[in-house]
Design a protein around this ligand. Structure first.
Ligand SMILES: Cc1cc2nc3c(=O)[nH]c(=O)nc-3n(C[C@H](O)[C@H](O)[C@H](O)COP(=O)(O)OP(=O)(O)OC[C@H]3O[C@@H](n4cnc5c(N)ncnc54)[C@H](O)[C@@H]3O)c2cc1C
Length: 203
């Protein structure tokens, strides 16, 4: 991003991200290309230690009270390592945390967002299914209300970071008779005995 588009503070953060980018060992990039590293936890841990993830969220939840421009600038800098780094950097801290920050409870923010932004917890977003991804409201993964819990059944595919995720943001159909936008609910699913993850091929 051009300097004239950034404030002094944003330029300072850009320099911090560049330091992170320089920190990444060349071998890590090569190993990711070769699929020897399927999920670069060490990279996310380091980004978390440097407080570079989720910069636009409130400080209270581990962010830096910044904005979307700063987020875009950071993603652009991380992207110089290769799109897969930007992808894993963004999925947990941006897609997953964004949903929890906007719609979750304080308890969920405490339990999932704070440790994720510190690089201590990893997450994936599960939207796309083997049947396709564009038709979001056609999702067939089902969630049945069983009283004090929901029973989820279904398959997701193309899930960046699923191999290393401690929890998943899963979109599932809760009411097939409702209008499309009201038929789907988003669940936080901890990795556990009922969750099976298979690595098909590198994205
Ligand atoms: C690098 C990468 C990372 C990803 N990470 C994730 C992730 O972390 N989590 C996740 O859930 N998903 C992820 N995805 C999946 C992504 O969300 C889907 O690829 C996307 O939603 C499109 O779905 P699809 O590939 O199944 O294509 P399809 O939905 O099968 O579409 C195929 C083609 O048909 C076109 N098409 C579809 N419907 C229509 C229509 N009604 N009218 C006209 N044209 C149409 C599409 O434009 C496309 O060209 C990732 C994908 C990539 C490439």
């Amino acid at each position: 991003m051009f300097d004239y588009m950034m404030s002094k503070n944003q330029m300072k953060i850009r320099d911090e991200v560049r330091e992170l980018v320089k920190w990444v060992p060349r071998q890590m990039i090569l190993d990711m290309d070769l699929d020897k590293i399927k999920f670069p936890k060490e990279f996310l841990r380091e980004a978390g230690r440097r407080n570079l993830m989720g910069c636009r969220y409130p400080k209270k939840w581990g962010g830096r009270d910044m904005d979307w421009v700063t987020t875009c600038m950071i993603m652009e800098e991380v992207g110089t390592l290769g799109y897969e780094f930007a992808c894993v950097f963004g999925v947990g801290a941006e897609l997953v945390c964004d949903a929890i920050i906007l719609h979750g409870t304080d308890e969920q923010k405490e339990k999932y967002v704070k440790p994720l932004l510190k690089g201590e917890l990893f997450a994936a977003e599960c939207l796309t299914e083997p049947r396709g991804g564009s038709d979001f409201f056609g999702a067939t993964t089902k969630a049945e209300d069983k009283g004090d819990f929901f029973l989820l059944n279904g398959q997701k595919r193309f899930i960046v970071g699923a191999e290393g995720a401690d929890f998943f943001l899963v979109y599932a159909r809760t009411n097939p008779d409702a209008k499309p936008q009201e038929s789907i609910t988003c669940f936080i699913v901890d990795r556990g005995p009922g969750v099976e993850v298979k690595y098909l091929y590198g994205l």
